[in-house]
Design a binder for this molecule. Structure first.
Ligand code: AP5
Length: 214
């Protein structure tokens, strides 16, 4: 089963994708994570995208489609979770072609609906484990008092350079200008379903599980 998690920054795509990886042995393909990895490696492409990402702009279609192409052809498992990809109509068309070439289908596009107001506090309060990437929130799911990640016992907390109000505003604008039209695109294809992303993490997990069980 291959699915897309679609939603604005902070909708909970990464949080839900990690859960599906654990529970269903699916493969999370997060273009944001891939780009951050490239940035941290200091590669030529990483240096090229670092400033774009910090501003909250979208990286070029060519770069992200190239990253996804590499991963799709190299990995198999319990299906792919596309997290943060596609983000433009070009990317959506490219994904359709890539899946077809691999003999794969897209099963569901799960739109995670969240009010803009909730996104600000989610993004500005986010942190993650520098070792395994487990996601935390200062108020709703704080880093444990023990100082150790409950998943991997790592001790390094990281915050993303673009997790501030200015970048978030730009990321939201990019979402509404370039990505939200994908909701209609996938609705017309018959792949679209939506879940209430404002519910608790566990409730959202249940809603997505119900979709996947259809
Ligand atoms: P990316 O890394 O994809 O970021 P994003 O889409 O902005 O999404 P986030 O990772 O910020 O949010 P999320 O929905 O995963 O939320 P999370 O689960 O962490 O992209 C970053 C940048 O890379 C882009 O701006 C762009 O420059 C570039 N890029 C990436 N892909 C690209 C592409 N395809 N094309 C071009 N450029 C691309 O949750 C957020 C917080 O909320 C956490 O603290 C979490 O604990 C909390 N939370 C989660 N769920 C709940 C809940 N149900 N209730 C309460 N709190 C919750």
């Amino acid at each position: 089963m291959n699915i897309i998690l679609l939603g604005p920054p902070g909708a909970g795509k990464g949080t839900q994708a990690r859960h599906l990886v654990e529970k269903k042995n699916m493969i999370q393909l997060s273009t944001g994570d891939m780009l951050r990895e490239a940035k941290n490696s200091g590669s030529e492409m990483g240096n090229l995208v670092a400033e774009v990402m910090a501003r909250g702009d979208l990286v070029t279609d060519e770069i992200v489609i190239g990253l996804i192409k590499e991963k799709i052809s190299g990995e198999k498992g319990g299906g792919f979770i596309f997290d943060g990809f596609p983000r433009t109509l070009n990317q959506a068309d490219a994904l359709g072609k890539l899946l077809e070439e691999c003999g794969e289908n897209l099963d569901f596009v799960v739109e995670m609906k969240v009010d803009d107001d909730a996104l600000v506090s989610r993004i500005t309060g986010r942190s993650s484990c520098g070792n395994c990437g487990e996601v935390f929130h200062d108020i709703t799911n704080p880093w444990p008092a023990s100082g150790k990640c409950p998943k991997c016992f790592g001790t390094k907390v990281v915050r993303r350079a673009d997790d501030n109000e200015d970048s978030l505003r730009k990321r939201l604008m990019e979402y509404y200008k370039k990505t939200s039209s994908l909701i209609g695109y996938y609705y017309a294809k018959g792949d679209h379903v939506s879940v209430n992303g404002l519910a608790s993490v566990e409730e959202v997990q249940k809603s997505i599980a119900a979709v996947l069980d259809r």
